[in-house]
Design a protein around this ligand. Structure first.
Ligand code: GLP
Length: 246
């Protein structure tokens, strides 16, 4: 694991954007795995700036998002489709047909999940997967005690996650209780992984992910077994790590 500790959220975002920018520069038809949540918003802003300054071109990039709530329409303000539209896609020149996000509004979930996996495979596989991390160690929506072998599937969100995500909804009752998420197997098959974390609330879980045992209770700990992981942290989220960091 390559661990980069930055001073603050802005620096974390700039460093992470530079990693994605080099990926696209070296391989203009890169397959990007993208994440939602507050953490990558600053990185997306930086990427938008680079695009506006003509430093980056997304016209041949393909994207696959990690997850989507189950039961929310794509147009819902809180859907991850909408999140990605607002925070990245409408501001850059990625082609609509090159954007992939699980459809959380289907009846046949099994087919949706199989198709998603097939599309990732047929695209040649994800070159770089962006991840945030939940305070309970989830990546995507792979909640604690996940089966490490799972591919894209329907998950039941834990109470912690429902509570954490209720900040975006007008009441906790409106937060979906299920989601479709790439599984740990899907994530681990990405060629590279870029995980971002910031803020003191993530310090314990960041420590567990990097220094703890690899356990299904901390889904992100499996990343210790991936051979190309870059973790970009701010000072606060890195507070429990004392050595082996740059
Ligand atoms: C969400 C998402 C994750 C994200 C995590 C942390 O529930 N499904 O992909 O990494 O929670 O969110 P935040 O970045 O807002 O702390």
């Amino acid at each position: 694991m390559r661990i980069i500790v930055t001073e603050n959220y802005q620096e974390m975002s700039i460093k992470a954007a530079k990693v994605i920018a080099s990926q696209i520069t070296l391989k203009p038809d890169s397959i990007l795995g993208l994440a939602t949540g507050s953490t990558p918003v600053g990185m997306y802003k930086e990427l938008i700036n680079m695009y506006k300054n003509r430093e980056l071109d997304f016209s041949t990039v393909k994207t696959f998002n990690l997850d989507e709530y189950y039961g929310l329409s794509e147009e819902n303000d809180q859907s991850y489709h909408n999140f990605m539209r607002e925070n990245l896609f409408v501001h850059i020149n990625v082609k609509k047909e090159n954007i992939n996000i699980p459809n959380g509004n289907v009846l046949d979930i099994e087919t949706e999940c199989e198709n998603y996996e097939r599309m990732i495979r047929e695209s040649g596989g994800i070159d770089i997967q962006v991840l945030g991390i939940g305070c309970n160690g989830h990546i995507g929506f792979n909640e604690p005690n996940i089966n490490f072998e799972a591919s894209t599937h329907l998950v039941n969100l834990t109470q912690d996650t429902i509570e954490a995500n209720s900040r975006f909804f007008s009441s906790i009752e409106e937060v979906p209780t299920k989601a479709i998420s790439m599984g740990i197997k899907t994530i681990m098959q990405s060629k590279k992984i870029l995980l971002l974390a910031n803020g003191e609330a993530k310090a314990d879980v960041v420590y567990e992910m990097i220094k703890g045992k690899i356990l299904p209770e901390v889904p992100a700990s499996i990343l210790q077994l991936h051979n190309d992981v870059t973790i970009v942290l701010d000072r606060e989220s890195a507070a429990k790590l004392k050595d082996n960091v740059v």
